[in-house]
Design a protein around this ligand. Structure first.
Ligand code: C2E
Ligand code: MG
Ligand code: MG
Length: 761
């Protein structure tokens, strides 16, 4: 059971936990991932835009460097001497070498130079290291667009004068700038910055024809100092010039293209990546935050798991508690009902018989009241265990209420089989139950209804099993009854009788009869016993044996009892000196203000308490009787007489005499009727009278029907005599007449005659 509850808790806990944890983890992970991605994305964006501006910066720096190269060339290319030497049909090579090419190397570091003549021929080449193998057709081709551009620009610098001559008017000389173009070429796989400038005169000249210029191309490798310059200009670091690199994180690349548009290398640098830098800086914090979030998620997950497990366990406990009886651990009433519904459905479809058994623990209230509730609890637990032990596997046993249990047994083969099972149940229960060192004997009354014979509806079967249980209890307990349709009729008629009694009480249809009791000599009527009478409107007489139990069960006994007391006390004034005996049920004592009510009635009727006697039966001692005894004592102290009625009908009668000092002892009718010639019965009667006298009690013998009985009791000094032989119960008028005419029982049959003088009731 525990394991079953645990599994339930685990499953349900797991379900709840996952229902909370999974969405939570997904949300947290998504948010964290989202935030991280966003940060990386914005870092990347900022890196990209930074790289773009660095790209522009490098392009600008290269341009500046090239412009500066043009400027450095200016002194050599805008020079009359150079113009003349270069364009001379047989130029002075040394002069060109020394004053132009080598000079440019020495002063400005141009390590390679090429001089292309007006006719577009390579006239001179210069290399600082004296090499010439770098010069190639391919290089010239690459330089060609730049050279052609310079030549074109030079030609367009001529303006035709009105005389038809061309005047060379280089605008650039005004500003000290040459006609030049710049770019990058690859020499032996290495990028070189070059400046190609037209060699031109310093002053304006006029000529009849326009000659293209000689072009001096001065080159400097893009490495070392040049790269350092660019790095300084741009404030960027890590410059390298190389062939195209594989794209590398953290490195920017500026593509170098020859004038013909060929990729000849790259300027690569360490890019400034503000986004990545920012990321690198906050990465530890992000990692820490991620770590913390992960920690929190794990903690929350563990906590949620724990809490949900606990929640699920308490939920399953609550479900279990809602379905089971805490004391016995058996299913409770509501659980029983649902199990019964399932069982009946199953047996309906399988066409088998099921038995619904209602069980009542006999006299449990007595155990509870006399030995205390903890003993009562132990008995319940013991009975529950035993029921569980003997019930077949196909059966279910439940505790319905205090001392009520119920079973449902599936697949009942036959009534005999069921009888056998129920015998076993009864046998098991009848073994003594040890409460401390005390042995207790319990017994069960059982009511059985069988599906489908007695119906298929659970409530109907329960009702019928209950009716059968009532029958078993009414027939002496410790037994079982199978439901029979006639029982239903009895229950219905009992219900009807209850309704009618309630109405009768309301409509004052009840009456009282009074049965006189004489003194020992049968000379004087000393008391009368008030007995309730009910004749229905249609004339049907309902005997007290019929309606008193109904009144007890329905609780109407309280109203009825008060009515009897009231009426008897009111009438007592008609019969001065006569004690009025009134029967009081144990249930009436349960009323918390019973004594006050009796006192109120005595006061209202102005009747001295000594004129009232109340008769209680041994059943007042059943159960927790402290308060009953207390009430009796209070009444006795007030002066009301207390009689023990039907003495000897129960089995521990003698012990009751010790427990309360009764004023009167009424010997049960059965002893008197048994006595005729029976020496044992006579001996018992004599003993009771002697015992009662010894205890100082008034002894009343009831049910005296014959003269022999009367004589015997008189001979044994019985204090009061009651019975048909003296008088039957009479209505009030008849009693008044009887009292007026009664002068003692002298001869046999006299009393009997007298009793019929009035209207007997
Ligand atoms: P009980 O108190 O023992 O009353 C005596 C019963 O014996 C009465 O029956 C009475 O009619 C009957 N009886 C008297 N003398 C003889 C006789 O010589 N022979 C025979 N065979 N019977 C005799 P009743 O009136 O039918 O009452 C039966 C029981 O109903 C009473 O027994 C009493 O326990 C109960 N009862 C009657 N009236 C009341 C009442 O007002 N309140 C309560 N709580 N119980 C009442
Ligand atoms: Mg009585
Ligand atoms: Mg009696």
């Amino acid at each position: 059971m525990g394991r079953c509850m645990d599994t339930f808790a685990k499953n349900s806990g797991g379900r709840i936990a996952y229902a909370i944890i999974i969405p939570m983890v997904v949300v947290v992970l998504t948010s964290v991932f989202g935030i991280f991605s966003l940060m990386h994305w914005s870092a990347r964006l900022s890196d990209e835009s930074a790289e773009q501006s660095q790209h522009k910066l490098i392009a600008g720096a290269l341009q500046l460097t090239q412009n500066y190269m043009v400027k450095q060339q200016t002194g050599v290319v805008i020079w009359d001497n150079a113009y003349h030497v270069v364009n001379d049909p047989s130029p002075d090579e040394d002069w060109i070498y020394n004053n132009m090419m080598h000079w440019l190397f020495q002063n400005n570091g141009f390590s390679k130079s090429i001089l292309v003549s007006r006719d577009f021929e390579v006239k001179h080449i210069y290399a600082q290291d004296q090499t010439s193998n770098w010069m190639s057709q391919k290089l010239l081709q690459e330089l060609d667009p730049a050279i052609s551009k310079v030549r074109a620009r030079y030609i367009t610098s001529f303006q035709k004068t009105p005389s038809g001559l061309f005047a060379f008017t280089p605008k650039s000389t005004d500003t000290g700038r040459s006609i030049a173009g710049t770019g990058v070429v690859s020499i032996s796989g290495e990028p070189y910055l070059f400046s190609a400038a037209a060699v031109m005169p310093q002053v304006q000249s006029v000529s009849p024809v326009r000659h293209p210029p000689a072009v001096l191309i001065s080159m400097i490798p893009l490495k070392g100092e040049k790269l350092t310059n660019i790095s300084e200009m741009t404030s960027l670091k890590g410059f390298i010039s190389s062939r195209p690199l594989a794209t590398q994180e953290g490195t920017g690349q500026f593509q170098l293209q020859s004038p013909r548009g060929h990729n000849i290398g790259v300027v690569a640098w360490q890019t400034n990546q503000p986004g990545s830098q920012m990321l690198r800086r906050i990465n530890p914090f992000l990692a820490f935050a991620a770590f913390m979030i992960a920690g929190v998620v794990i903690a929350v997950t563990v906590f949620t798991r724990l809490m949900t497990k606990r929640l699920a366990r308490s939920e399953s406990n609550a479900v279990y508690a809602a379905r089971h009886d805490a004391l016995s651990g058996l299913p409770n009433r509501s659980r029983y009902h649902s199990l019964l519904v399932d069982t009946l459905e199953e047996s309906f479809y399988k066409a088998t018989n099921s038995a619904v058994v209602y069980i009542d623990l006999d006299h449990f209230k007595d155990i509870n009241d006399t030995l205390g509730h903890s003993a009562g609890d132990k008995v319940i637990v013991a009975v529950a265990q035993r029921l569980r032990r003997v019930i077949p596997e196909t059966g279910i046993v439940a505790r319905i209420s205090g001392d009520e249990f119920a079973m449902v047994i599936k697949n009942c083969e036959s009534d005999e089989w069921l009888e056998y099972i129920l015998d076993q149940v009864q046998d098991e229960i009848s073994r003594p139950i040890m409460i401390g060192r005390r042995e207790l004997y319990a017994s069960l009354s059982m009511g059985v209804a069988i599906a489908p014979r007695d119906g298929n509806d659970p409530d109907e079967l329960l009702r019928k099993a209950d009716i059968a249980l009532y029958d078993a209890k009414a027939n002496g307990r410790s037994r079982r009854s199978f439901f029979e349709p006639t029982m239903e009729f009895q229950v219905q008629s009992k219900d009807r009788l209850t309704r009618e009694l309630r109405l009768a009480l309301k409509n004052d249809e009840l009456d009282l009869a009074y049965q006189p009791q004489s003194d020992t000599d049968a000379k004087r009527i000393v008391s009368v016993e008030a007995l309730a009478r009910w004749t229905k409107e249609d004339g049907t007489v309902v005997t007290p044996a019929q309606f008193i139990p109904v009144a007890e069960e329905s609780g109407l006994i309280n109203d009825l009892g008060i009515w009897v007391l009231n009426k008897a006390c009111a009438k007592a004034h008609d019969w001065p000196g006569v004690i009025v005996s009134v029967n009081v049920s144990p249930n009436q004592f349960k009323h918390p203000r019973f004594v006050e009510k009796v006192m109120g009635i005595l006061a209202a009727n102005n009747l001295p308490p000594q004129r009232l006697e109340i008769e209680v039966t041994e059943s007042v001692f059943a159960g927790r009787n402290d308060s009953v005894l207390q009430s009796l004592r209070r009444l006795k102290n007030l002066g009301v007489k207390v009689a023990l009625d039907d003495f000897g009908s129960g089995y521990s009668s003698l012990s009751y005499l010790r427990r309360f000092p009764f004023d009167t002892l009424k010997i049960d009718r059965d002893f008197v009727s048994d006595m005729n010639g029976n020496p044992e019965a006579e001996a018992i009667l004599v003993s009771i009278i002697q015992l009662g006298k010894a205890l100082g009690m008034t002894i009343v013998a009831e049910g005296i029907e014959t003269e022999e009985q009367l004589r015997f009791l008189q001979a044994n000094d019985c204090s009061r005599l009651q019975g048909y032989y003296i008088s039957r119960p009479l209505d009030e008028t008849a009693l008044s007449a009887f009292l007026d005419n009664f002068h003692g029982l002298g001869t046999a049959g006299f009393g009997a005659d007298l009793s019929y003088q009035g209207r007997s009731a």
